[in-house]
Write a protein that binds this ligand. Sequence first.
Ligand SMILES: C[S@@+](CC[C@H](N)C(=O)[O-])C[C@H]1O[C@@H](n2cnc3c(N)ncnc32)[C@H](O)[C@@H]1O
Length: 303
Amino acid sequence: MTEPDFRTPELDTLAARVIPGRHFEFSAATARDRFFKDTGMLDIKQWVHNAFRTNPRSMVDHMIANLQLTGTEDLLDLGCGNGFILQHLRPHLADGSITGLDIAPAVLDAARQRLHGTATPCTWIEASADDLSMLADNAFDRVMANYMIHYVPDLDRCFTEVRRVMRAEGLFHLTTDRPDSMLEMYDVHFSALKEMGAPDDLFKATPKGRLSLDNGADILSRYFDQVERRTWQDQLRFTDPEPFMQFYEIGHNHCCASSEPDERLGESFFSELRERVRAQVAAAITDKGYFAVTKFTGTFLCR
Ligand SMILES: C[S@@+](CC[C@H](N)C(=O)[O-])C[C@H]1O[C@@H](n2cnc3c(N)ncnc32)[C@H](O)[C@@H]1O
């Protein structure tokens, strides 16, 4: 099947104008104690990414193709979240095993419950992905780190550890975004911030800029002999502003402005921000029939 290509010269021009060079950075503690203290953020993202996509192949379909599972592999998932991806991979590991590791106890518990009672043996570990000292050398055929590496404090230690726990013929599967993924969301967000005269330090791009599809191959090739990049696109289309607003507010912490307590930004700031964003989304729906959010995402396959 041919992959859809949503890139247009207009989107490239928009990306160059809208996406800042600087990006947000968050500690593992912020991830554990705020973003993933429950499954709310993940639930909204997983719902929206699937319910509003236009690429007939889902993210999980791409992962299954990339992982080349025969059914007997031992798989380690770093930052496994609520087990959404593992639930879909599990039938492809009928005679293998799953180890899910995450720093946040609530989402790890949700993953445990999601896979409870299935025949594939599962082990759940609460830890940071840069300390795999509880795992033996050469224990896994597949190691995954999907949409989580930007939270890991010590990337050097993490990749060295992945190398150690992965078997010689194994595969490390790291999924992340291009910095300009979902640029229409950033466009309406930054336009609203500008209209409000918001503080300069809020004009930053996604934290995935730390290790993105643009710079990831350089970083990973210091640890792995072969690094192959496989990209794919999708376009979320909304004909009602409400699901997008949940995606924007909760799924992306108002594109990070509401990620940490900030005494400069009270509830009136965020209600005005939401109203200004909602108005732009509603106008696009009236104008074009839908509001589009274009995703540029992909995976590094490392051996
Ligand atoms: C955006 S979610 C991705 C979840 C899952 N991999 C997916 O793609 O659906 C990021 C996950 O990384 C976890 N995380 C954040 N920092 C981590 C760290 N240092 N070590 C392990 N997991 C971490 C979070 O708790 C969260 O579950």
